[in-house]
Design a protein around this ligand. Structure first.
Ligand SMILES: Nc1ncnc2c1ncn2[C@@H]1O[C@H](COP(=O)(O)OP(=O)(O)OP(=O)(O)O)[C@@H](O)[C@H]1O
Length: 958
């Protein structure tokens, strides 16, 4: 039926074209025109059948059977065709059941259709003109004979923007014009659908103004007003079969087109949908067996192969089309296929499309292909270069990723984000009830932040480190204090000899804590010369109390951040020492020893002393805020202890908050005890010397203390004892004592005489320069940060004569000491007047006072009474009492004022073998506090005036 209608339409169009090329009206079809009138169809056996099969697979039953005969010739005349149109009978169903069965297969069976078309094309090439084809209702796909004999066909025109469609090529096209799309759909519904595709003349498209035109693909099949500008489309296009129609996104639809042959547009039929009249074009005659053509074809095929190796885009299409040798032997098609594979301008392809001479077409295609192959080679080279550069990085990246996953598999992966988060979450859960609310909130916020961050971002690591710190603080975890006075005493005595003041204070602390039930932190400051055990007693105290011990030295510290931490905004920011201390000790109440607090530096960017103040002040430290941690820390339960050598340099506000405990140097006796009880066992252990095989006699030990280690502390003594034992170890090894079964009959004994063979000559024989001080020389007592020492004041007359009475001083004396020399000179004159009114010694003598050793700077007023005694000795011509030492400040009128460092001075005096010392009366209390051993064998005379001093120094009965 459809075929009958189509045939009728052919006639109608012929009429319409005769009058005008206006819009085609579709009247009710009368009787179908006779298909049998196509004359050449009869000359091409099977052609009509195949074509019918191709064009009317859907409605084969009603397809007219082509009648071979004269009808075709008549249709070549338009007038005749018109005249006959109304009387045509529907064409009969084509004969040949087998072929029909093939033809009625599914439309997707492209291969069959394509081969049918191919056959038809070949047939058309062989014959002269295909005329009198099927016309479908609606005016599309109609072939009409032209005046000059070529077959005309009416097709819906689909403009192409990206590139022309060459025969044999499949191309998906977007059709936006709803009428065109509708028309294509209708045709497809009825059976086979064909359209004419025409490439848009590119250079005439105004790409800049039309947004849609920016993408060629978006313009495919765009609504196109043919009547407005037909010249925008190339005249030569292709007849394409519609394979598939599907809905596109938004407006329009996708149409899969397969081009079959070249056509030329010869006229316009209608505008909605744009329908044009086309004539078929065929290749010019050529000899397929021509060597040049065959060689060129083979070269083209070779190029295509090369191209497919590097660019697999068209591989599928080529595979599809070359199946069953479809193209293999057709130079024309191979040329078309080759050209399509090239990424050239649409106009170049259009040239190929318009080229009907197969030889020239092959040449052109080969040219394009060669260029394409070269281009691809360059592209591959560039791509390889780029790949090489990034390959190394990629390799590393992949290896790292592999390593990560291996680690994860083995359970070694710690950095995985979720593992991290759950680790922190676990930690948080363990102290959630104990930590302050603020802390829990801060941790939860940070955890949330962590889970939102990319693990590669720098912020992730900052947050992670912060969480690490936050969760490693022992929130609410405290050790229980051992509040047992007896135990504590045992521990303290076990570790240290003497140091009774400190030990007593600690026992008091424990007693108070026992009664109160809580041990509130109190800052103890141990002040004393080096090596007296300030640091080591701190450790013992922690042991006695059952607290963790943490020590940090602030000597030379000038950066506040060391104490309070850096702000988190800085790269590499760290919390302060206290946070580190809590983390390390794992408890909230350790004993923290701040060493060398007197040597605290002064920072340019802040004052560390003020930061320490905040830390140590019991009023403030319950809410101490570290800059890094940014949450309050309760340090009120921490027991702080500080050590210092002198008090003067400790900032006053800091000192004010401390409880100072002075540790003076040790006397020889104490040193002896320390050496025997503590230092020797330590040295034996350190050197591995068997105790039974060696001995240091008491005499040797005393000599060691008095002649080698005279300083207040015992650090040097410890080193010397160790040195002796190292030498003993060497001797033992030399004697072979270490060998198995070795019998050593004799013990190695170090006595007073042999000591120097181990340690070399003594550093000091004695501090005493004279056994009996000569006239003008008196022994004084001094105190330094190293402990006490004896010092001599020497006076001599350098010039005499009327009015020459004056004084000069030497010996690195400070201002105060120089002033005190002047005072001494004036005071001495007074004293002399009282004792020997006749004498004009001080009026006529230029006196020189020197205090050895000259290289040691000295200062202070405490040598006042010593200077006066020395001057008087000179003036009176009498030596002072032997074995006498003195200390005391003197006023101009001869009053004696108290001085500091009494214990050290007393110790120094005893060390020097002094029998009698003169001290200011106001220092009586200090002397009373001294242990009996310290004062043992020493006569202390307390004085208030200089005359009392002189009375002692120059006894009357002598
Ligand atoms: N009374 C003592 N009993 C036993 N050993 C002691 C005593 N005093 C000090 N020591 C030992 O002397 C050595 C030095 O002591 P420590 O380092 O504590 O001195 P220090 O006062 O802190 O010195 P510095 O001011 O130089 O820091 C330690 O090995 C310590 O054991």
């Amino acid at each position: 039926m459809a075929l009958a209608a189509a045939a009728w339409r052919v006639g109608s169009i012929a009429v319409a074209r005769g009058a005008s090329l206006g819009r085609y009206q579709s009247p009710k079809p009368p009787a179908a025109p006779a298909f049998a009138r196509v004359p050449r169809l009869a000359d091409q056996p099977g052609y009509g059948l195949r074509l019918l099969r191709l064009l009317s697979t859907e409605d084969e039953g009603s397809a007219p059977k082509p009648k071979e005969g004269k009808g075709g010739r008549k249709r070549r005349s338009r007038g005749k065709a018109r005249g006959k149109a109304g009387n045509e009978k529907p064409a009969a169903k084509p004969s040949g059941g087998k072929k029909s069965a093939e033809g009625s297969g599914p439309t997707s069976n492209l291969w069959k259709m394509i081969s049918a078309i191919e056959d038809a094309r070949e047939a058309a090439v062989e014959g002269d003109v295909v005329s009198g084809e099927v016309a479908h209702e609606g005016g599309e796909n109609a072939l009409v004979p032209t005046d000059h004999g070529a077959a005309l066909r009416q097709l819906v025109a689909v403009p192409l923007r990206s590139q022309p469609l060459l025969p044999g090529i499949l191309l998906p096209v977007v059709v936006k014009d709803p009428k065109t799309l509708e028309s294509i759909r209708e045709m497809k519904d009825r059976g086979q659908a064909y359209v004419g595709t025409f490439f848009h003349r590119k250079d005439e498209v105004d790409v800049a103004t039309d947004e849609e035109s920016l993408s060629d693909a978006s313009l495919e099949g765009k609504e196109f007003d043919l009547s407005d500008d037909l010249s925008e489309l190339h005249e030569v296009g292709s007849l394409a079969q519609v394979h598939q129609v599907s809905d596109g996104f938004g407006e329009g639809g996708h149409v899969l087109l397969m081009a079959h042959r070249r056509v030329r547009r010869v006229g316009v039929v209608s505008q909605g949908p744009p329908t044009v009249m086309v004539e078929h074009l065929k290749d010019l005659e050529y000899d397929r067996n021509d060597d040049v053509i065959r060689a060129t074809t083979m070269e083209v095929v070779q190029c295509i192969k090369q191209l497919l190796l590097v660019s697999p885009i068209y591989k599928e299409q080529v595979q599809y089309l070359s199946r069953n040798n479809y193209y293999i032997h057709d130079p024309s098609r191979i040329a078309d296929l080759g050209a399509t594979l090239c990424s050239v301008e649409g106009n170049d392809i259009q040239e190929i499309l318009e080229e009907l001479d197969v030889k020239t077409r092959l040449d052109r295609t080969l040219h394009l292909l060669k260029k394409e192959v070269e281009l691809n080679k360059i592209q591959a080279k560039i791509s390889k270069q780029v790949e090489d550069t990034i390959n190394d990085k990629q390799r590393k990246y992949f290896l790292m990723e592999q390593l990560k996953s291996i680690k994860k598999e083995l359970g070694m992966e710690k950095d995985d984000k979720s593992a991290l988060t759950s680790k922190f979450q676990e930690k948080l859960d363990s102290f959630r009830d104990l930590a302050p609310e603020e802390v829990v909130k801060a941790i939860e916020e940070e955890l949330q932040k962590l889970s939102d961050l990319q693990s590669a971002s720098p912020e992730f690591n900052v947050t992670r480190t912060y969480l690490d710190w936050l969760t490693s603080i022992p929130w609410g975890t405290y050790t229980e204090d051992k509040l047992d006075v007896g135990f504590a005493k045992g521990v303290l005595d076990e570790d240290h000899y003497g140091l009774d003041d400190v030990k007593e204070r600690i026992l008091e602390f424990i007693a108070v804590a026992t009664l109160k039930g809580s041990a509130q932190g109190k800052i103890l400051c141990l002040v004393g010369p080096p090596g007296v055990g300030k640091t080591s007693i701190g450790k013992s105290i922690a042991r006695a109390l059952g607290r963790k011990y943490y020590r940090f030295s602030v000597g030379g510290l000038s950066d506040v951040a060391e104490i309070k931490g850096h702000r988190r905004t800085y790269i590499g920011a760290m919390p302060g020492k206290l946070v580190q201390c809590l983390k390390t000790s794992g408890t909230g109440n350790p004993l923290v020893l701040i060493d060398e607090i007197d040597k605290l530096g002064r920072g340019a960017t802040g004052d560390p002393a003020s930061a320490l103040l905040e830390l140590l002040d019991p009023e403030q430290n319950s809410g101490f805020v570290d800059h890094y941690l940014d949450v309050p820390l309760d340090l009120s339960k921490v027991l702080f202890m500080c050590t210092a050598n002198v008090l003067d340099t400790i900032p006053a506000p800091l000192l004010d908050r401390m409880e100072v405990i002075r540790i003076s140097g040790y006397i020889s006796l104490e040193k002896f005890a320390i050496a025997r009880r503590y230092l020797e066992p330590e040295a034996l252990e350190a050197t591995g010397v068997p105790p039974e095989k060696t001995e240091i006699t008491d005499a040797a030990m005393r000599r060691l203390i008095d002649e080698y280690c005279r300083e207040s502390g015992v650090r040097n003594l410890k080193n010397h004892v160790e040195k002796v034992y190292r030498k003993l170890a060497l001797e033992l090894v030399r004697r072979g004592a270490h060998e198995d079964g070795a019998e050593m009959s004799d013990q190695i004994v170090v006595d007073g005489d042999s000591l120097s063979s181990y340690l070399g000559p003594p550093a000091f024989t004695t501090e005493r320069i004279w056994e009996q001080t000569p006239v003008g020389v008196v022994m004084g007592l001094a105190w330094t940060s190293m402990g006490g020492s004896t010092l001599y004041v020497e006076a001599s007359v350098v010039d005499e004569g009327e009015g020459k009475g004056s004084i000069t001083t030497t010996g690195s004396l400070g201002d105060v000491m120089k002033e005190s020399a002047l005072i001494a000179f004036a005071c001495a004159r007074d004293c002399l007047r009282r004792r020997d009114p006749e004498s004009d010694f001080f009026q006529t003598s230029r006196v020189h006072i020197h205090v050895p050793a000259g290289a040691t700077p000295k200062d202070g007023p405490s040598a006042g009474c010593t200077m006066i005694t020395a001057l008087l000795s000179l003036a009176l011509g009498r030596g002072a009492l032997p074995d006498l030492a003195m200390t005391g400040e003197v006023t101009l009128t001869g009053r004696i004022l108290p001085v500091g460092g009494i214990k050290e001075k007393v110790i120094a005096a005893r060390r020097s073998g002094v029998k009698k010392i003169i001290l200011p009366k106001d220092n009586l209390r200090d002397v009373d506090e001294l242990a009996v051993e310290v004062k043992e064998g020493l006569e202390v005379i307390f004085v208030e005036t200089i005359d009392q001093v002189l009375d002692v120094a120059f006894p009357k009965n002598e």
